[in-house]
Design a protein around this ligand. Sequence first.
Ligand code: NDP
Length: 241
Amino acid sequence: MSSSTRQTTWLITGASRGIGLELVRQLLENPKNLVIAACRTPEKATALNGLKSGAKGSLHVIRLEVTDFDSVRAVPKAIAPILGESGLDYLVNNAGILIADTPLTIDPEVLLQTLRTNTVAPALLSQVCMPVLDKGKEKKILNISSTLGSIASADDFGAGTTASYSMSKAALNMLTYKQKLERPDIIVITLCPGWVKTDLGGENAPVEQKDSIAGIIKVITSATAGDSGKYLRYNGEAIPW
Ligand code: NDP
């Protein structure tokens, strides 16, 4: 297949539920997309596996516990048979955790686990996927962040109960900007999906998954070189750092 006719390839972490699952679902509505959906326990990912029937695009499910760095390093080998000669067009670092704590009640192990999942894993996965991204036609990385990682917005939220989480997302934002500086030829965005109804966002969240994800897909697929390094909302608005 020539590079102009081949499918657009995506790798998405944390695809078993929530934002990752809905992102896979919407991408599979388009026959042009080949989605590699990574999750911790594929045999238990009923909703994800169920997307295979009726999908217009192609779905491949792989096992990935993002805090297991050996398995993160093994991702390029695991996806090589799926990609064949194609590179990877989009890497979406979506898997994330939020464990409530406050600045003065941080359990060091919780902070480390949060950083490991939300910051270190995206850093390592981006690093090891660079060779396949280099072969891709889009060369885009989407880091799923949060407005809770914005220092400029912190007064709006107060001290709150997201200390470790906010720190991990602020660091992810800096990672994004550093990735852009090191590799001006790729397009890397750090993006807040909005406050979305998921297990993490809770049922009182005002944004429906389908609306958040439709916006996310629009933002990342239309992003150009001039957008690289930006911190954006799912509707494309800039978030103050
Ligand atoms: P959910 O809790 O609904 O889903 C989290 C996903 O991440 C699950 O698929 C979970 O897998 C996966 N995951 C967590 N830890 C790991 C791990 N160590 N290895 C592999 N997968 C893992 O959260 P959301 O869908 O709401 O969140 C997705 C992203 O969006 C996160 O990065 C979050 O910070 C961000 N976000 C969400 C907001 C919201 O309002 N919902 C707001 C701002 C940002 P498993 O099923 O195995 O646990």
